[in-house]
Design a protein around this ligand. Structure first.
Ligand code: SAM
Length: 231
């Protein structure tokens, strides 16, 4: 059963929040179809954060492979996008599921041979409390705009002692919770939704306050990562 059909069968009764509607809208889906941007998160002050759609649509690169090497057991890729990590792990015969609120992202992942479900990380999910590793790559620490709530949710999804690998902003001082809109810089930007950006020190502060143990941190390819262990 494909991930897309699996998700459709389960269905959603609740109203999708603004963030889910924004990631499901045309600018992101069109960029995934084209395999490239321009695509940005736009803050209220006009500052534009470029989204690296080209890299997300490409094969896993060296920095990604280092993340995948550290994964243990069954892996949940939260906000899997077009699925390069799910596909790479699946090709190695590893147990892996991607979840994403964008049907275009889920369809891409499934086309690449990966398993994916159209779900929010905050929805009921298969394997809750039994995932060995969760991934939050490419800025996905921003999901929900509330790092405490996201870390609490991931602690529920992981098995006791499970591993979270999260990508942080490669500037140590960043600890930002803000409203953003998705824009391709041509069409009218979508509705604002909450997003967060954290450098490594900020993530470690949130995590240690919530009972996680920081196990490692590293940089690769200009990107930075933290491995956290659930208690
Ligand atoms: C910054 S992009 C990262 C893309 C990605 N990791 C990749 O490999 O292409 C954020 C992704 O998270 C998804 N997302 C946003 N909110 C989500 C939620 N609540 N649950 C699951 N996925 C979500 C978006 O649809 C989008 O694909």
């Amino acid at each position: 059963m494909s991930g897309v059909r699996a998700a459709a069968r389960v269905g959603h009764q609740r109203t999708a929040p603004a963030a889910e509607r924004a990631w499901s809208a045309d600018p992101y889906a069109d960029a995934l179809h084209a395999g490239r941007g321009p695509l940005f998160l736009r803050r209220a002050d006009g500052w534009l954060l470029p989204l690296d759609v080209e890299r997300w649509c490409a094969e896993a690169d060296t920095a990604d492979l280092e993340v995948l090497r550290r994964c243990e057991g069954a892996v949940l890729d939260v906000g899997c996008g077009p699925g390069r990590l799910v596909a790479a792990l699946g090709a190695e015969g590893r147990r892996v599921l991607g979840i994403d609120v964008s049907s275009a992202a889920v369809a891409h992942t499934v086309r690449r041979g990966g398993q994916a479900l159209l779900r929010s990380v905050f929805d009921p999910l298969p394997g809750t409390g039994r995932w060995d590793t969760a991934l939050l790559m490419d800025g996905n620490l921003g999901i929900g705009g509330d790092p405490d709530a996201l870390l609490r949710r991931l602690a529920q999804l992981l098995s006791p002692g499970g591993l979270l690998v999260a990508e942080t902003v490669p500037y140590p001082d960043v600890d930002e919770r803000t409203l953003v809109q998705i824009t391709d810089a041509h069409r009218t930007p979508g509705a604002p939704f909450p997003w967060a950006r954290l450098g490594t020190p900020a993530l470690r502060r949130y995590a240690e306050g919530a009972g996680w143990r920081a196990e490692d941190e590293w940089s690769a390819g200009g990107r930075s990562f933290v491995a956290l262990r659930a208690r």
